[in-house]
Design a protein around this ligand. Structure first.
Ligand SMILES: [Zn+2]
Ligand SMILES: [Zn+2]
Length: 144
């Protein structure tokens, strides 16, 4: 998809844009993403925060110690509950945006599955994608 991309929560109170093309789509099977989504986990576009803009609304933030041992901030709509994005407390310059909140993600493919060690037995893991049992490093382009 050509940039910019747009997205929103379910009720539309929160809207955002992504100013760059998405090249890294990660499926996270950690236990927190399972609870936060009520599903197999989350699928996220990994992008620099400089490319992300909230254009309507103000997400609420929830912070917790993730399976990695790091504090992760999760941002969501306080009205409808849609998870929108998250980032490590210490790495605000890299965001992972929930791909299911993008208005159009045609052509995108999951490139990497992470935290597969805690994947639900009914989760789908693409055997052609990269897999990590835990937390891999961020892509070189977004590592500080
Ligand atoms: Zn909402
Ligand atoms: Zn996760």
């Amino acid at each position: 998809m050509p940039a910019p991309l747009t997205g929103s929560c379910l009720c539309g109170a929160i809207r955002y844009t992504v100013a760059i093309a998405v090249t890294e789509l990660r499926a996270c099977h950690c236990t927190h993403c399972q609870k936060a989504s009520g599903a197999a986990g989350s699928v996220n576009a990994v992008i620099p925060s400089s490319a992300f803009s909230i254009t309507a609304g103000a997400p609420k933030r929830y912070g917790a110690t993730a399976d990695s041992g790091r504090t992760l901030y999760r941002y969501f709509c306080g009205d409808c509950g849609s998870p929108i994005y998250s980032h490590r407390a210490t790495v605000p310059e890299t965001l992972v945006v929930r791909a299911g909140t993008l208005d159009d993600s045609s052509g995108m493919k999951i490139t990497t599955h992470i935290w597969t060690a805690s994947a639900r037995s009914w989760a789908h893991i693409d055997p052609d994608a990269k897999q990590h049992r835990g937390q891999p490093d961020m892509p070189a382009s977004t590592t500080r």
